[in-house]
Design a protein around this ligand. Sequence first.
Ligand SMILES: Nc1ncnc2c1ncn2[C@@H]1O[C@H](COP(=O)(O)OP(=O)(O)O)[C@@H](O)[C@H]1O
Ligand SMILES: [Mg+2]
Length: 205
Amino acid sequence: MSGLFIAFEGGEGVGKSTQEALLGEFLSSMGKTVVRTREPGGTPAAEAIRAIVLSREFDGMNARSEALLFAASRGDHVERVIRPALERGDIVICDRYIDSSVAYQGYARNLGAEHVRNLSLWATNNLLPDLTIVLTMNADVSLQRISNHDRLEAEPIEYHRAVTQAFLDLAQQDPERYLVIDATQSKDAIAQLINARVMQELNEK
Ligand SMILES: Nc1ncnc2c1ncn2[C@@H]1O[C@H](COP(=O)(O)OP(=O)(O)O)[C@@H](O)[C@H]1O
Ligand SMILES: [Mg+2]
């Protein structure tokens, strides 16, 4: 596939959506064709699944059912949006991807990182990002940046601390495919680090 697939990962409120939008603007201004998307969601079926997994109506949902729903949503998203875009040669920027499932369901809900990862690899026919950008900061602080907490955001702080650590562990296991950034820096400083790394990826393609 000729495109470039970039995922943003990290806990709640670390600035994923902010940076995903800034990177999209930067690449578009260079004349690149960019597909910006997010998970869970990105297709009508996947957005419908998103509404279920994030709704406070379903507090206490079985953890395995939750993991299956995330994988189900991802499978549709990859098949119908991400893979076609990469085949066209576009740059795909995705706000959360497989590592979010591994961190939230695999680590923080103790379902096992390998099980959860394999489930998503099966659902997506093994599509992994070329580059994953992990924004990291103290979860106690990042949660204060957001209001109106959804079902997962409303989990106890220990859960969010486990998620934060999980992303760092995942990045450490495969350092070449990750860029880990201290998310307490200014939006502009973070964007510059991201832009530089993405330019390097494009030049190496
Ligand atoms: N580098 C930053 N410094 C301070 N505040 C930030 C920074 N990046 C984002 N924010 C603010 O934090 C809040 C959460 O950012 P957002 O991008 O929605 O995070 P996420 O998508 O990771 O949950 C927003 O109000 C945003 O403006
Ligand atoms: Mg966001």
